[in-house]
Design a protein around this ligand. Structure first.
Ligand code: SAH
Length: 196
């Protein structure tokens, strides 16, 4: 299919912050995603106490859900407002601390310790800072990444997962000539190229 009309489009970090400020966050859903419920077994693969990563996490309610199941959740999100809203909307006490390796970044951690949200760009992370993950929930993340950054994003994600990890990816199928995105249309063939 022709994705030419989206290839050059860029949404800046400033524009994302503005969406949060304006409450222009139609992507946020109060209900847990049905596909996570459906494929939870695939993500967990019989394992417990996993480290699960939420790239471009927003205030996704699934983070609370997986943490309540005994997993340890790490997210990254550039909007501090989103991160704070996550904790306050779930009445979770948290503390906040700088991330020495990343200038300007903060890490917000639930007092219980099982949810850690990095407030910075995902491109600032590396496995030496956040470690490696057993599972990934990628919803509204790859499809929100600017098309020109997809390769960089995929390489980074590959570097952040353990050998025996599961990666759940949600994409949106539609005619890219009819909507400028995000979410961007990422064809299946491109996903194969990006992730192998
Ligand atoms: N995954 C979430 C949010 C999807 S919207 C959900 O399912 O609800 C994409 C989110 O990515 C927005 O909250 C935006 O602020 C954030 N974001 C955009 N670029 C980012 C970047 N480079 N690093 C970290 N977060 C980013």
């Amino acid at each position: 299919s022709d994705v030419g009309s989206q290839k050059e489009r860029v949404v800046t970090e400033e524009e994302w912050l503005q969406k949060w400020e304006m409450g222009n966050i139609g992507f946020h859903k109060e209900e847990g995603h049905p596909l996570l419920q459906k494929y939870l077994d695939v993500l967990l693969n019989g394992r417990s106490g996993l480290r699960i990563f939420f790239p471009l996490c927003g205030k996704a309610v699934e983070m609370k859900w997986l943490a309540d199941m005994g997993h340890s959740v790490v997210g990254v999100e550039i909007s501090e407002q989103a991160v704070k809203e996550f904790f306050s909307e779930h009445s979770l006490p948290y503390c906040e601390e700088p991330v020495p390796e990343i200038s300007g970044a903060k890490m917000f951690q639930s007092t219980s310790g099982n949810i850690s949200l990095y407030c910075c760009s995902i491109y600032d992370l590396s496995s030496s800072i956040v470690g490696k993950f057993d599972g990934v929930w990628d919803r509204g993340a790859l499809v929100a990444v600017n098309p020109c950054d997809r390769q960089r994003y995929a390489s980074l994600m590959i570097s952040l997962v353990e050998k025996n990890s599961s990666y759940l990816l949600v994409t949106v199928s539609y005619d890219p000539n009819k909507h400028k995105g995000p979410p961007f249309y990422v064809p299946e063939s491109e996903i194969k190229t990006l992730f192998g």
